[in-house]
Design a protein around this ligand. Sequence first.
Ligand code: TYD
Ligand code: MG
Length: 456
Amino acid sequence: MAKRGPTYICQACGAVYHRWQGKCDSCGTWSSLSEEAQAAPVPGARGSSGKARGRVFALESLKGDTQDAPRIVSGISELDRVTGGGFVPGSVLLIGGDPGIGKSTLLMQACAALALSGRRVVYVSGEESTGQVRLRAERMGLADAPVDLAAETNVEDIIATLGQGNRPALVVIDSIQTMWSGEVESAPGTVTQVRGSAQALIRYAKTSGACMILVGHVTKDGQIAGPRVVEHMVDAVLSFEGEGAHAFRILRGQKNRFGATDEIGVFEMTGKGLSEVTNPSALFLAGRDQAAPGAAVFAGIEGTRPVLVEIQALVAPTSLGTPRRAVVGWENSRLAMVLAVLETHSGLKLGQHDVYLNVAGGLRVNEPAADLAVAAALVSSLSGAILPPESVYFGEIALSGAIRPVSVAAARLREASKLGFEAALMPSGGADHGDGGGLSLRRFGHVTELVADIAA
Ligand code: TYD
Ligand code: MG
């Protein structure tokens, strides 16, 4: 067995070193290494006889054993959509998000909904007293829900508590960073403790069949703080996002063993907790200034659902030596690429201009299909020509300037038609969409055609 010296663990990413150093090679954070006792061996693992444990099964012999995982449906449809149709018994879900974004609120609502349907639900708070949790529930009008509350931070005590009474269907741990296990010799909050606590809780979920939700804090750059390792240990990772100034919040699946990962759920924070937003496009397009140049509506897809969102660009002469490029809600590198394509193929002069790009409403768009809407918004802002407000845009731009077809165009067109749009500016290749659901389809093969169209 390897010699056990002191171990230094990066508190940001969980990388392990045998010697102290100033900077973590793995994540680049400075002064994040701290000395921790080596993680204790998993209790029970040592006693393994090694004989009958590692049995193999023929895959087909397990048929019927594991048909569709049964689901615990919360009834909060935006939440069930992201989990892939409800919580799976025996699974562990990690939900991350900035402080104050509404994680505790969302989970209390889910707990209350399940408790009211007759299941045993336990909400363990390591951050707030039971009184505080109750106050929040009262504010949301859920004070009568039969949820079991506990203010506890020691995982062994929690697991013992869970063992009393009926087997819980759902257990919420708020948050994993506040938990500590007596079997791990490290201070609470350290990576070793968080990992050790998570291991114990995950083992409990797997053996008892309860669904376990762990709340995780996130760091400045949006990583779930402390152990990335916990992300690998759980079945699903969800992140709860939102812009401080906006009331709405987006729950996004980042990893999900039981469902699609790119699904989003949209909520609005109200005075009485989170309410579901079933038509996000209408929300993202609300308050749109149709008569200003630099705005284009992008027909996007989030998970399985089409979402329309306004892309805003501002192209203004710069007073700096190096012009500014600032992006909110989209990728910087993608903007740089679209700008380069426009300069090279359409002769647009952007080198003396600052460029600002914003996805309205605080949504983060990840699709290359937004290229065409971005290009249209940029050209519109630069030229001062207002884009037709009843049009939507989608299409990917290649480095050659060609506009390439994108997936699920039909759903994008349907959503645009449903919301009263009249035209779609889209790639010339791809499927034939017939009458386009009542939209007039204007197809473009190259960015030069788009630029000429906007200038005309
Ligand atoms: P919370 O769920 O405590 O956030 P987190 O657990 O992610 O840290 O929510 C905190 C914010 O939500 C707080 O600033 C107040 C606001 N809030 C409302 O606006 N309405 C409500 O009904 C509730 C319960 C909270
Ligand atoms: Mg909280």
